[in-house]
Design a protein around this ligand. Structure first.
Ligand SMILES: C[S@@+](CC[C@H](N)C(=O)[O-])C[C@H]1O[C@@H](n2cnc3c(N)ncnc32)[C@H](O)[C@@H]1O
Ligand code: SF4
Length: 364
């Protein structure tokens, strides 16, 4: 079914409070109707309001006329059963968003796990323009709404026929630059009336928006935090991450210490290894000291090729040398060989190709 250009609002963006306001205050329904509707939306994951048979017919008609359920339309998938799969979804305005499903993986983000992880997008494009990343190649288009964030998860579950029990905000976009919608999506994802996924199974990855890290720390639930560090000194970080000119490492670490004072969860540093750019072994020593100061974990990621960028990953040997230096300082360190590398390299590329094919953006 195609989404209409002027699409109706999606019920997947409704929190328990929003739905109470809608059903009780605007439509005079008793409180138990709110519970019933929430169950249909988030637990039974109804595809249509017609399925909500314990709601009165008149209310079903009103809901059908004014709302839709899923705000995303499945376009295609890359990858196969039991490998990393990348889903492309179309939004009501013709834009595209990517969501990746990563099957059970040992020691992902510092935890032993038999989890199915969804890597979700938070924006269409990204304004932060990190020089290794496909998401920012064509700049920023728009924020995803809360229902579009929640909708990705529910649509991937439907497509894959498998329950997601771990979520990382490592898809397209900078989640902390879309804080209001992210916050609402987190309420829906963690709510016992919503998707009911524990905060400890959710990781927000950020390029380092220091003030927003403090805001995230002030949320009552303890969401995990991953920092896209990619450089252990300001000089190195400045070369590849424009965000560093706004919030330098000192200010970023000040925010991270605040986060740590509020949360028992260990912070993870993501560090892409790019040959000749940030893989100097001196960086490994400084990275290790910085990680130690926070009790943080380190994930080393050999650079994934991005079309249009000339950079390459260092040799495996060099990656192991870099890892061993960090490890020898007593820091828990993983060298993550990206599972998605063979299906389409880094996040953002599938969507860029599709928008290019649709004639939305120029080919690079
Ligand atoms: C796409 S960003 C989205 C979340 C947030 N904006 C951030 O920067 O952390 C998530 C992560 O994708 C990874 N990434 C981006 N481009 C990559 C590339 N070319 N190779 C490997 N990993 C990449 C980086 O680890 C980055 O930290
Ligand atoms: S790494 Fe994150 S912040 Fe940087 S351009 Fe990509 S999505 Fe944006």
């Amino acid at each position: 079914m195609s989404l209409k250009p002027q699409a109706l609002p999606s019920l997947l963006g409704y929190t328990a409070d929003d739905l109470t306001k809608l059903l009780k205050e605007e439509h005079g329904q008793p409180a138990y109707r709110v519970k019933q509707a929430l169950e249909w939306i988030y637990q039974h994951r109804a595809d249509s309001v017609d399925e909500m048979l314990n709601l009165p017919a008149a209310l079903r008609t009103t809901l059908k006329e004014n709302f839709r359920l899923s705000p995303v339309e499945f376009v295609r998938v890359q990858g196969s059963e039991d490998t990393t799969r990348k889903y492309l979804f179309k939004l009501h305005d013709g834009r595209y968003v990517e969501t990746v499903l990563i099957p059970a993986s040992p020691a992902l983000y510092g935890e032993k796990s038999d989890r199915h992880t969804a890597c979700v997008s938070s924006q269409v494009g990204c304004a932060y323009g990190c020089k290794f990343c496909a998401s920012g190649l064509d700049g920023f288009t728009r924020n995803l709404t809360a229902d579009e964030i929640v909708g990705q998860l529910m649509a991937v579950e439907k497509q894959a026929g498998r329950k997601i029990n771990n979520i990382v905000f490592m898809g397209m976009g900078e989640p902390l630059a879309n804080f209001k919608n992210l916050n609402k999506a987190l309420d829906i994802i963690t709510g016992h009336w919503g998707l009911n996924i524990g905060a400890r199974h959710i990781t927000i990855s950020t390029s380092g928006l220091a003030p927003m890290i403090k805001k995230l720390a002030d949320r009552p639930q303890q969401i995990r935090l991953a920092i896209s560090l990619h450089g252990a000194t300001n000089d190195t970080r400045d070369k590849i991450m424009p965000v560093n000119s706004k919030w330098q490492i000192e200010e970023l670490f000040d925010a991270l210490h605040y986060y740590k004072s509020k949360s028992k969860k260990r912070i993870t540093f993501e560090y892409i290894l790019i040959k000749g750019i940030n893989d100097d072994l001196e960086q490994a020593t400084i990275l290790a000291k910085r990680a130690k100061s926070l009790g943080a974990l380190v994930n080393l990621i050999p650079y994934n090729t991005v079309e249009g960028l000339e950079w390459v990953r260092p040799s495996e040997d060099h990656c192991y040398k870099f890892r061993d230096i960090v490890r020898n300082h007593g820091v828990t360190t993983t060298l993550r060989i990206e599972k998605g590398h063979d299906i389409d390299a880094a996040c953002g590329q599938l969507r860029l190709k599709q928008e290019t094919a649709d004639g939305k953006i120029e080919s690079k």
